[in-house]
Design a binder for this molecule. Sequence first.
Ligand SMILES: [Zn+2]
Ligand SMILES: [Zn+2]
Length: 370
Amino acid sequence: MSKRDYYEVLGIDKNASDQDIKSAYRKLARKYHPDVNKEADAESKFKEVREAYEILSDSNKRAQYDRFGHQANQQGFGGGGGFEGFDFDINDIFSSFFGGGQQRRSQQQNAPRKGQDIHKRMRVSFEEAVHGGKKTIRTTVYEECTSCHGSGAHSKDDIKTCSKCNGSGTITVEQQSLFGRTRTQTTCNQCGGSGKTVARKCETCAGDGVVGKEKKVNVNIPEGVDNNNQLRMPGFGHKGINGGPPGDLYIVFEVEESDTFERHGDDLVMELPVTFPQAALGDELKVPTPYGNVKLKIPAGTQSHKTFRVRGKGMSNLRSKRKGDLHVVIKVVTPTNLSKKQTKLFEELSTTDLTNDESIWQKFKSKIKK
Ligand SMILES: [Zn+2]
Ligand SMILES: [Zn+2]
């Protein structure tokens, strides 16, 4: 089945602002909401719109989608799943957006629903980002209360039909406005739209219907992970309702900075201090890389800020697994605390025009080697 482009679904262009996305979504969600629109395909259209919004309103997901289209996240380093298969309570979305809305909750009460996703941030060291690794996090996972099976009631007999809405979950409010009297349907404020009230709450979950359990989750830190990279762990979210599947766990990484290396995508940049004679005469230098020291030859007459590339000593690319390069920026250090002999040598040098005289290097070389 070919999927429509998310931008096309929302009728916006690729440069749309967050505000554009939001207003396009609001408009279409109103148009296709199954309580409003009775056309056969309204619900599937609504879901399509909702999914497009879900992705494009999240800057990370949007960036991934822009780069990889519908493939985003399917073959990403999170693996598995992908964006399809969103399961959500239309009314939750609708009410959170439009403040109210008609309720279908009473009919959906026993329908299986996917558990909520969990989002966690994880801080990793620069070394962990270089080499990858494993880390354990603790997370609270909500699951259906086993005592009341999610009803929140002490016993079945404690579940009563809401007296205010007679179980419909909605009430009609009459208002006087400029256009006369209007009648609007809104969520029942006594039962919150469920159509039911609980006389005596379940002791285990205090009437919530769910209980939080602390779980330890082992997270594989991908080699080459960067700030704000997101790892999706399908099925590690909150447990589903009424036998629905569990949600997903999203790990968003924060990578600590290195004292030595500056990261530019997959490449690393470092500054390497060399002495004036090393720069003038050339030398073989020992260069630290995240994978151990390497040797680097610099030619005679190397200028400060000259950059040398050490191939394959950068960060791993998350997708291709190829390593970037390390750029070594030479920094010639002006000597301090010169000895008498050194001072004399520099004094001798200063009498000559260093910028023009080629032979001065030879002279300098022969003097310093003594
Ligand atoms: Zn309970
Ligand atoms: Zn009610």
